[in-house]
Design a binder for this molecule. Structure first.
Ligand code: AMP
Length: 282
């Protein structure tokens, strides 16, 4: 595995590989690698001759009062894990390398961001779309792998690829979970023991909501109220940031639960805000 820290070298290498006919699979991460990231790498390895992993904690996607400084980082361990997983190129630029100057141009996401994390974290998806536009130009992948755990991000990236005419196939990948159902996340390390126990009920509560719908409930408000009650009861150490049931990927509200939907939650603990969701066709 080659570790690359400059955009110039990255572009030169991928250009050479592309000229040699190699297909490139890309996994963009903020590091502190866990099994969710490794699943994306596995998927990328299945169909691409070259797998590129980026590790970059992107300041543009963090709000002023968010956890950019506290976001967990472990460069050396990540490098070892990436090597063991068979990543070919690890791109880990510094902030100065990615943003040598105050950006003159940024990307603004106009749709699918007025709800869920886009509503709770103003500017977050503009930061995500801006850094991904840069990374897509630097890595020039054929396939890009994103976790459905960040389902709104998948919906935004779908729009980015389509509207900006990237020749990239987006590959959404299933959420990898702990044994008790908690979605794997770099931020889980910040949960206290008690919070960690309660956090598994986030997924349980979402599943209960899904079960209600599968049993015939079609009123979105009924389902949301029931899931909110479950969260309040079983996750008392967390504040519910949102609990939503929307059409997916449009992320528009529903009058009746039908079609492809997302049931999504964000819960704030003292030092970690966790998100999870279930996407399925009713
Ligand atoms: P992050 O490092 O949190 O920005 O995540 C990088 C990529 O890994 C994103 O596409 C995430 O959606 C994906 N990812 C994060 N957690 C999981 C998980 N538990 N299962 C599957 N994919 C995940």
């Amino acid at each position: 595995m080659k570790v690359i820290t400059t955009t110039k070298e990255m572009q030169e290498i991928v250009q050479t590989e592309k000229n040699n006919g190699k297909s490139i699979g890309f996994v963009a991460t903020m590091g502190f690698l866990h099994d969710g990231h490794l699943h994306l790498i596995e998927k990328a390895k299945e169909v691409n001759e070259l797998v590129v992993l980026s590790i970059f904690v992107n300041p543009l996607q963090f709000g002023p009062n968010e956890d950019f400084d506290q976001y967990p980082r472990n460069g050396k361990q990540d490098e070892q894990i990436a090597r063991e997983q068979g990543v070919d190129l690890l791109f880990s630029p510094s902030t100065e390398e990615m943003y040598p100057n105050e950006p003159a141009v940024t990307v603004s996401v106009l749709r699918r961001t007025n709800v869920l994390c886009g509503k709770s974290r103003p500017g977050h998806f503009d930061g995500v779309a801006t850094v991904l536009t840069k990374l897509f130009h630097i890595v020039m992948p054929d396939h890009a792998y994103f976790g459905i755990k960040d389902a709104q991000q998948v919906a935004v990236v779908e729009g980015l690829i389509e509207d900006f005419n990237f020749s990239i196939t987006l590959v959404p990948c299933q959420t990898v979970r702990e044994k008790d159902g908690l979605a794997k996340s770099s931020r889980n390390v910040y949960l206290t023991t008690e919070e960690r126990i309660q956090a598994s009920s986030i997924y349980d509560s979402l599943q209960s909501g899904k079960a209600m719908i599968q049993s015939g409930e079609r009123n979105p408000a009924q389902v949301k109220n029931a899931v909110v009650s479950l969260l309040k009861e079983n996750v008392p150490l967390g504040d519910i940031d949102y609990l939503e049931l929307l059409a997916y990927p449009e992320l528009e509200s529903l009058t009746e639960v039908t079609g492809k939907v997302i049931l999504a939650a964000a819960v704030k603990f003292r030092s970690a805000r966790l998100i999870d969701n279930i996407v399925w066709s009713v």
